[in-house]
Design a protein around this ligand. Structure first.
Ligand SMILES: Cc1ncc(COP(=O)(O)O)c(C=O)c1O
Length: 406
């Protein structure tokens, strides 16, 4: 017997016992408090359904097939690329958008594909996630070039002092993953690196969900981020300046990137302006995830307009509660939806486990920022709460109650 698939049946059933006005996340029951959005945000129902829809209605490979399902996928994938540029107020004549696995993959791919003739040193900062921190280390070892680790101020500004960026590839985040501090002098950094003829890659993994404005009209050579931290399915995104392409020497190549192949050479599709993105897209892509990402961007834009204030209120409330406790030590001075702390005399991992028993999902440890949190600041392992548009008023009350109890 053939199984019949009906999209209606496939919808996740709303939880009947939870009377909430946030239909987007109504699959979340009242007792579950998800505070790990900095790792991956919860996905709104609409985004999950768009992914289902792709599988049930137009499961097809993008940019290759001529049958109707493929044509539909092509339109939606193209839309997703345009929406990314629109969100960042960047122009298609200057930038293109490629998809990858995640931020880590995008950063590594770029560092491997930049022609070593263009590089004399690699620069990063002390507050980076392991993703750029390790990738810059690997680049320095592979090419035998110096690696410089610059300091960052409390407001996230990169302290450049008299560093020169001649022949430099600079990789820094524009928002940190432990206290959300943003790079206050980002535009100045980009200008200075370019003035010296260097290349600048921005890790925007923690900025895109709630603070993408910081990147608007930035002139960076590349911006890498993860769609799974902005309410979309698991997916990496690279926004790349077209004039970076001549500085690349490809080593990672495959199907989907070429127009023609001969016995010992090939013609890249990227030669055509509308297909430049293929330069980083070897093999079949996560087409369904890309399509659902397009839907997530629309959702995020609408949500940001009406929910940002509420998110910041919940953030302020929890931040104030934590700072008011005698034994709590917060990382950073400013309230941010991503907040880390430790409690003097208490093991953070045990605290995380105890919170877990109360239904509160928070992260513990160093969140892949070992160098800064452990070696520079010498903090003990921390607890991290990361709030999002899925956070409810009742969640904050539950966290406060659970912490007081523990
Ligand atoms: C600032 C920052 N950069 C990079 C990453 C790596 O992201 P992904 O694991 O999606 O590659 C993260 C993940 O949390 C992050 O917070």
């Amino acid at each position: 017997m053939t199984a019949r698939i009906n999209l209606g049946q496939a919808r996740l059933a709303p939880n009947p016992c939870y009377n909430c006005n946030m239909a987007d996340f109504d699959y979340l029951d009242e007792k579950t408090v998800y505070l790990d959005a900095a790792c991956q945000s919860l996905r709104p129902r609409l985004v999950v359904e768009t992914l289902h829809k792709y599988y049930y209605e137009h499961n097809s490979c993008g940019e290759r097939v001529k049958y109707p399902w493929g044509e539909k996928t092509d339109v939606l994938v193209e839309d997703a690329r345009k929406k990314v540029l629109k969100l960042l107020k960047l122009k298609g004549k200057d930038y293109f958008v490629s998809f990858t696995l995640n931020t880590t993959y995008g950063v590594n791919l770029l560092l491997n594909e930049i022609d070593q003739k263009c590089v004399q040193k690699v620069v990063t900062s002390e507050i980076e996630h392991n993703s750029p921190f390790l990738a810059t280390m690997a680049m320095s070892q592979r090419l035998g070039i110096p690696r410089v680790v610059l300091k960052r101020a409390e407001d996230g500004s990169l302290l450049m002092e008299d560093e020169d960026f001649v022949g430099a590839v600079v990789v820094i985040n524009c928002a940190a993953n432990f206290d959300g501090r943003r790079c206050a002098n980002l535009k100045e950094v980009v200008k200075r690196v370019h003035k010296d003829g260097g290349i600048i890659i921005i890790d925007a993994a923690q900025a895109m969900a709630h603070y993408h404005e910081i990147l608007e009209k930035t002139e960076a050579d590349a911006i890498c981020f993860s769609a799974h931290k902005m309410y979309a399915p698991s997916l990496g995104v690279m926004v790349v300046r077209r004039d970076l392409v001549p500085k690349l020497k490809l080593s990672f190549i495959g199907g989907g990137m070429v127009d023609d192949v001969f016995s010992d050479h090939y013609l890249l599709s990227a030669e055509k302006k509308e297909l430049t993105h293929t330069i980083f897209e070897a093999g079949l892509q996560a087409w369904g995830e890309i399509v659902a990402f397009g839907e997530a961007i629309d959702w995020l834009e609408k949500r940001s307009k009406v929910e940002k204030k509420r998110l910041l209120e919940y953030t302020a409330e929890l931040d104030e509660f934590l700072r008011g406790k005698e034994k709590v030590r917060m990382v950073g001075n400013e309230p941010n939806p991503t907040m880390s702390f430790y409690v003097e005399g208490m093991d953070s991992h045990l605290l995380g486990a105890a919170l877990g028993k109360e239904g509160i999902m928070a992260r513990t440890g160093y969140f892949c920022a070992h160098y800064y949190l452990d070696k520079v600041c010498k903090y003990p392992p921390l607890v991290r709460f990361s709030l999002s548009y899925a956070t409810r008023e009742s969640d904050i009350a539950r966290v406060k109650k659970a912490l007081a109890k523990i």
